[in-house]
Ligand binder design. Structure first.
Ligand code: PEP
Ligand code: MG
Length: 755
């Protein structure tokens, strides 16, 4: 709109408020004027302002229309009544019939029983709730979208007034309970394993918007457009940077970059600016609205988008307020533990990685974008650490214990010393394991073992070289699918699998076809509402029911291989017939490639995963169909004992080191040897020294494990006289029932085997 044309309603209110703020007078007098202006302009019989006081109480500070005696007397708890509901959820609410709402709380002293309709919006600054602004009418009035937006604009102006500290002292709302003094332990979830110790850097990037009402809408639209263009250029520069390397963390950043082009969001921001806000206030408004809309959605995909959006908002606000970064390099210690509510992928990369030791998040999930970047940087991360930002002060000593999903805040001197010792022992172990890299994986009595790694992300592939592994025994193809925002087409799969093979440098990689379903959810694929998803429509079952999807994946693997040999295995085979069908689909693709004149792999080795117990009684027939068999002990043990592998209450209840599991596996070893089919174990058992030792004892000769288990397993096996140990296990299996762990542990101690 041109300057000088008649002003629209929302802009009139903002202009009048700006005059009020500019005039002399106390903050209380200004509040009183604001409620009068809003009530008048919005044709509301009541306009009230509630401000937050100590003890999570909302106090009526100003009203037009309610009983004036109620001011400073009426108090509601956060969560109590409709005003409390708006505060608790930090979300606007508009109700045509407020008394009918379950949250309604009637306060006789206010005299509000005659009002039916009500609309309220939170007054917030950054993520902090400061109060609630509400209007009421006698009639059953439907407040429209534009009216709510007007209230939100007013609430932004009020937030600045309240932040001045004249109405409610800033100290009043500071948390107490010994914060900043006492040691604390906060439990969370493991996002990235490992332990780190350092000094806290609170990541509070929220740039607070202080200029809210625009002088000139055209100028503000231009400022927004310029800032957006500059942020896009920044992200492009980050993507072009050599140091970013390759892998999924780049992809994550690319997805984030696309987000900056989202038309819906750009339009919403432009509309907010058109209503009379400055560019920065418009950007903030668009974000607050989106967050309020998504606040109740727990879908991890949506939450991830929201945290990307928070980061984008912040980058724009920095630009618009003329700052280059919220991170002041001079204030970052060289052992920084970053503590944040949530962090975007690019935000983590803003920190100098040589100074970064660990990360604590109040939110976050293991498959979140920041987790992927942190894993690439090899920094331990604990997520869902409740109220970490309130409990930790800048500079506090903090231990991030990703292994035990806990954060130690201001730990006592002795604890810090213990952690420092643990870290130095780990470091020397790490060096020791690295020194084993070029030594053979051979037992004391000369038995050679093939050790491989499990991988799922491109960045895991670096461990083939760093450990000296014989190859990748399990490449979980679903993991890269899980970090994308849509199903990857054949070309992007070819790109990915080619990189995997390039990085394996000629060593074998066993690609396992998509194992989705169960606990592995693709955000764009949805869940199927199954009662028992682990035993539901998952893995090869989906592949055979949706053959075109499986065929596209097989086509991509073959194309990526070119002439290189390739290993392909199918997950969750429960019946030989399924294996035959899967093989047929693969043969069709091989045929198809040949007819198109595509280079063909010199060898295509086909395998099955043994994860479902029913296969144990179909082995001879199965082995005729395949070139190799890989035991997925995680699933096999869960199904043998009917014990959910993810249920922490059952953890430790059934030990895989039991005659039941081991006799079954020994039978598998013997049958595979007779049929001359390669056998490996790729479940977690393979990466734990005591379990790996036992597997070797019953005759397994190929183990594939997560890279972290590699050094410990290799070091263990180089100290074993396997012939003697095998005889011991044989005896145990015949004699004992129940667990064998304690016996094997004692044997290892007596024979100097490092577990
Ligand atoms: C297994 O089940 O042991 C296995 C290796 O597969 P995943 O852990 O991916 O289910
Ligand atoms: Mg499995």
């Amino acid at each position: 709109m041109e300057r000088g044309t008649p002003l629209a309603g929302p802009r009139t209110i903002l202009r009048r408020l700006r005059d009020v703020m500019a005039r002399a007078g106390s903050a209380q007098e200004r509040l009183d004027q604001v409620v009068r202006i809003v009530a008048g302009e919005m044709v509301a019989e009541v306009c009230s302002i509630y401000l937050r006081r100590a003890g999570d109480v909302l106090e009526l500070f100003a009203t037009q229309g309610l009983n004036p005696d109620a001011v400073h007397n009426t108090r509601l708890r956060i969560g109590e009544g409709i005003v409390g509901d708006v505060a608790a959820n930090m979300r606007p609410l508009a109700l045509a019939d407020a008394p009918a709402h379950p949250s309604f709380a009637y306060r006789p002293e206010t005299g509000e029983d005659i009002y039916h309709s009500m609309a309220g919006v939170p007054i917030q600054r950054g993520e902090k709730l400061l109060g609630v602004l509400a209007v009421q009418n006698r009639t059953l009035r439907q407040y429209d979208e534009e009216e709510l937006e007007t209230l939100e604009n007013v609430a932004m102006v009020l937030a600045e007034l309240v932040a001045g500290g004249e109405l409610v002292g800033p100290d009043e709302l500071k948390p107490v309970d010994g914060i900043g003094v006492l040691p604390l332990r906060v439990e969370g979830i493991q996002i990235v394993a490992g332990v780190a110790m350092g000094r806290a850097v609170l990541h509070r990037p929220r740039v607070l918007v202080t200029r809210i009402v625009a002088e000139d809408a055209v100028v503000e639209q231009k400022r927004f457009a310029e800032a957006l263009a500059a942020v896009r250029v920044d992200l492009d520069r980050m993507l072009a940077s050599e140091t970013l390397g390759h892998g999924e963390h780049r992809e994550v950043l690319e997805t984030f970059r696309l987000f900056a082009d989202d038309r819906g969001w750009v339009e919403r921001t432009r509309d907010a600016i058109a209503s009379g806000l400055t560019a920065e206030a418009g950007v903030q408004r668009a974000f607050d609205e989106t967050r309020a809309r998504f606040s109740e959605i727990s879908d991890p995909y949506i939450r991830e988008r929201l945290s990307d959006f928070a980061e984008l908002t912040n980058r724009l606000l920095l630009r618009l307020t003329g700052r280059s970064s919220t991170i002041d390099p001079a204030s970052i210690p060289d052992d920084a533990i970053v503590v944040a509510r949530d962090l975007g992928p690019a935000e983590l990369l803003d920190y100098d990685r040589t100074r970064l030791r660990g990360l604590v998040l109040e939110e976050g999930s293991p498959l979140g974008h920041v987790a992927i970047v942190a894993r690439a940087l090899d920094i331990p991360v604990v997520g869902q650490a409740r109220d970490a930002l309130a409990k930790i002060e800048n500079g506090d000593p903090v231990v991030v214990d990703g292994d035990h999903a806990q954060v130690l805040i201001r730990p006592a001197e002795e604890i810090q010393q213990r952690v420092a010792e643990t870290l130095s022992v780990r470091e020397s172990r790490r060096r020791e394991y690295a020194a084993l890299r070029d030594l053979p994986a051979r037992t004391l009595d000369g038995v050679d073992v093939s050790l491989r790694i499990n991988a799922g992300l491109l960045l895991d592939m670096q461990h083939v070289a760093s450990t000296g592994a014989d190859g990748v025994g399990l490449y979980r193809t679903e993991i890269p699918f899980m970090v994308r925002s849509e199903f990857p087409d054949v070309d992007s799969q070819v790109w990915l699998y080619s990189r995997v093979l390039d990085q394996a440098e000629g060593k074998p990689v066993a690609f396992r076809t998509l194992d989705v379903g169960g606990d592995k959810v693709l955000p764009y694929f949805g869940t199927f509402g199954e009662e028992n998803p682990a035993m539901g429509w998952r893995a090869i079952r989906i592949g055979l029911d949706r053959p075109s999807m499986l065929r596209r994946q097989l086509r991509a693997i073959l194309r990526a291989a070119g002439e290189r040999p390739v290993w392909i295995m199918f997950p969750m085979i429960a019946d030989v017939g399924e294996m035959r069908q899967a093989r047929r689909l693969l043969d069709l693709e091989i045929d198809h490639a040949r007819r198109r004149g595509q280079p063909a792999p010199v060898r295509v080795a086909v395998g099955a995963m043994l994860e479902v117990p029913s296969l144990l009684w179909q082995l001879p027939a199965l082995l005729r169909e395949i070139d190799f068999l890989s035991v997925g002990s995680n699933d096999l043990v869960q199904f043998m004992y009917a014990a959910d592998r993810g249920n922490s209450r059952l953890a430790g209840r059934y030990d895989p080191l039991s005659p039941a599991v081991l006799r079954a596996l020994r039978m598998v070893v013997e049958t595979c040897a007779t049929a001359n089919v390669d056998l490996s174990v790729c479940g977690e058992m393979a990466g734990k020294p005591i379990e790996a030792l036992t597997l070797l004892g019953i005759g397994v000769r190929t183990l594939s494990m997560s890279p972290a288990g590699f050094g410990p397993v290799k070091s263990m096996l180089r100290g074993v006289d396997l012939g003697r140990f095998a005889g011991y296990v044989e005896g145990l299996l015949e004699r004992k029932d129940g667990g064998l762990r304690a016996d094997i542990d004692l044997y290892a101690r007596d024979h100097g085997i490092r577990l």
